[in-house]
Design a protein around this ligand. Structure first.
Ligand code: SF4
Ligand code: SF4
Ligand code: SF4
Length: 259
């Protein structure tokens, strides 16, 4: 074999970035211990603060975790977009704004008092803006939803990108997962749930373990609000009342007109 015929193709370079968040979604990616050797044989990870010291900016695929909540983060996210061929939003903070958008519901001083208590004054000059998902700032190619993401969905998305395919992310409601898991609907137990309009893919884990769905994976693309409304009426509830549950993870989408 000629020497140049032995040349191998360069591995795609992948980078992970983190903005305002708990970094739990990167931790999910890192905890794919069984698959990490295979991943590392297929890609070069060139930036991943939680795992390596290296910080290169010659990446093709960028996974961005966290929401944008400071002015300087707007420029930082834009720079990543300029460099990456593909940008993937990693987790609820990045995809929908997530829990961080709760602060947007309060005057800033009030929010700082809740967080910092009697030290709040010390932080009054912080660079802070209403928290938002990254697609409020840049174009996002793909989304991996959830708080946190599921390992299986992360691995599926990465594999799809390496094969040049579009990741197949569910676009049907959590109720489908919930029925497949054999759960009794929480409405039958006098509780409420936003599963009928929330994007599936989590196997309805919260309902399976005795809780309700709070919508961490965000709305399906075309939520059937009318069908949900009928169900809610049957149980003496209102759409608005239940959609307020979405403020926990989806406050940006519900209130972005106020920003
Ligand atoms: S989506 Fe949830 S787990 Fe992921 S970074 Fe945000 S708060 Fe953490
Ligand atoms: S409303 Fe909630 S509990 Fe009922 S089926 Fe849907 S996801 Fe399950
Ligand atoms: S059941 Fe709802 S809140 Fe729980 S993980 Fe799934 S989408 Fe998120």
């Amino acid at each position: 074999m000629q020497p140049n015929a032995m040349k191998t193709r360069a591995k795609p370079k992948v980078a992970f970035f983190s903005f305002t968040c708990c970094e739990g979604c990167q931790l999910q990616a890192l905890s794919c211990e069984d698959e990490l050797p295979d991943i590392l044989s297929l890609v070069d990870i060139v930036n991943f603060r939680e795992a390596i010291d290296e910080k290169r900016d010659d990446y093709e695929i960028a996974f961005i975790e966290g929401s944008v909540s400071r002015t300087q983060e707007i420029e930082e996210v834009k720079k990543i977009r300029e460099k990456a061929k593909v940008v993937v939003a990693l987790g609820a903070c990045s995809s929908t704004g997530g829990l961080n958008c709760l602060k947007n519901r309060f005057p800033m001083q009030e929010a700082q008092k809740v967080v910092y208590g009697d030290k709040a004054k010390k932080y009054k000059h912080l660079d802070t803006i209403p928290a938002r998902p990254i697609d409020a700032v840049i174009h996002v190619d793909y989304y991996i939803h959830g708080c946190p993401i599921t390992k299986s969905e992360f691995l599926h998305a990465l594999k799809s990108l390496l094969l040049g395919k579009k990741p197949d992310i569910p676009n049907y409601p959590v109720c489908v997962d919930c029925k497949m898991a054999g759960n009794v609907c929480v409405f039958e137990k006098g509780m409420t749930c936003v599963g009928p309009v929330t994007r599936a893919g989590c196997s309805a884990i919260c309902v399976t373990y005795g809780c309700v769905c709070w919508g961490c994976r965000g709305l399906v693309d075309n939520p059937n609000i009318e069908a949900h409304e009928e169900t809610l009426k049957r149980y003496g509830l209102t759409v608005d009342g239940v959609l307020r549950s979405f403020d926990l993870y989806g406050g940006w989408e519900r209130h972005k007109e106020n920003k």
